[in-house]
Design a protein around this ligand. Structure first.
Ligand code: SAM
Length: 348
């Protein structure tokens, strides 16, 4: 929530004079922005400032409850109020209106379900280590959730793809990129824009490809990267935001298959959040640890450190492992590695 303590409030929290209510209220705040997005309040205010009464009439809402919601959203920092009229704060205009290129509105359902369906099972998982309901299998049987989840990953990628593509080392003579679990395909499309001689194949489950980008040099291949043949002869493999959803065993099985799919001297680029380096600062670290817990609760995965990813890559035969932090891509760092130019001779 775009809400900042004044010095008195900060002191009251630091000294524990007030109870730590922001976690409870954070959950309520999520429902407040969902209600405002779904009733059309954010979109209506993006056209022009209005009073609560005008909004209630225009959108067919209950006037008293609308006014209460508007006050709560103003308190949370999403709206500004002056002379009885409400207007959008910059953060709501950027992230919570449907017309914004950075809109997260389509992803609200995914977060609603994450908070209301997935996280309530956390206690059980912590007690007995019970595995989460397989998230991607759940998406297979729940098209609305799948659409919302993929809208979320596409929104994040849309913000970061250009910066990330600049940091991906594509050899001059590279011909073919494999984008493993590439879903929306936006990272591939950005690489295709930068490298006119390149083509790319996105492998993802059928629901992941439903709203994928369209590009003449982009092939969409519905398949499971855990079970199906991935082809071969690739110069670059992208593995973006995949490893955090896999167990060590799954990663240890996948990496050698990717090494085999690459040409000798080919490049693998693992894009993810790395626990040992991302986002300095106390609040950012708290978010990273919550994200780690979310991966655990949702997919049985976790945030790994760069060192852990590098060790898994090394075991799979990758060499020249480097760490890159693309500027302008705060949520994705890269582990870049190469397959040996000459594969080791077969053992006799
Ligand atoms: C967190 S999203 C990452 C999407 C994209 N790479 C990005 O970074 O924005 C994980 C993707 O992996 C796909 N996926 C998960 N399990 C898969 C599997 N076994 N085979 C193929 N795709 C899978 C999901 O459908 C989803 O698109």
């Amino acid at each position: 929530m775009p809400l900042f303590f004044n010095p008195l409030e900060a002191a009251a929290h630091r000294l524990s004079i007030v109870p730590p209510m922001f976690d409870y209220f954070g959950a309520l705040g999520l429902h407040a922005i969902i209600a405002a997005a779904r009733t059309g309040i954010f979109d209506a205010l993006s056209e022009r400032p209005r009073t609560g009464g005008e909004l209630a009439t225009d959108l067919g809402l209950d006037p008293r409850r609308t006014e209460a919601l508007l006050r709560a959203l103003t308190g949370l920092g999403y709206l500004r109020a002056r002379g009885g009229r409400y207007r959008l704060a910059r953060t709501a205009r950027l992230w919570l209106t449907t017309g914004s290129p950075t809109s997260l509105v389509a992803a609200l359902e995914f977060w609603e379900r994450t908070a209301c369906v997935i996280w309530p099972r956390l206690e059980e998982a912590i007690r007995d280590g019970s595995p989460p309901t397989p998230f991607y299998a759940l998406l297979e049987s729940d098209p609305a959730l799948a659409r919302s989840f993929h809208a979320w990953t596409a929104a994040l990628a849309g913000r970061q793809a250009a910066a990330t593509a600049r940091a991906v080392p594509v050899p001059r003579d590279a011909g073919h990129v494999l984008d493993v679990g590439g879903g929306h395909g936006l990272f591939s499309v950005e690489l295709l824009r930068r490298h006119p001689g390149l083509r790319a194949t996105v492998v993802d489950l059928p629901h992941g490809l439903e709203s994928a980008a369209d590009h003449p040099r982009l092939t969409l291949r519905p398949a499971s990267f855990l079970e199906d043949d991935l082809g071969h002869g690739y110069d670059v493999v992208l593995l973006f935001n995949i490893v955090h959803g896999l167990s060590d065993e799954e990663t240890a099985r996948l990496f050698p298959r990717l090494a085999a799919a690459l040409n000798p001297g080919g490049t693998i680029v693992v894009g993810d959040q790395f626990g040992d380096s991302l986002m300095p600062g106390r609040a950012s670290r708290a978010l990273l640890h919550l994200l780690d817990l979310n991966y655990l609760a949702a997919v049985g995965g976790r945030v790994r450190t760069f060192r852990e990813v590098a060790a898994l890559l090394r075991t799979a035969g990758f060499r020249r492992i480097r760490h890159r932090r693309p500027l302008g891509s705060p949520a994705t760092e890269l582990a870049v590695a190469r397959t040996p130019t000459h594969p080791p001779p077969p053992r006799t």
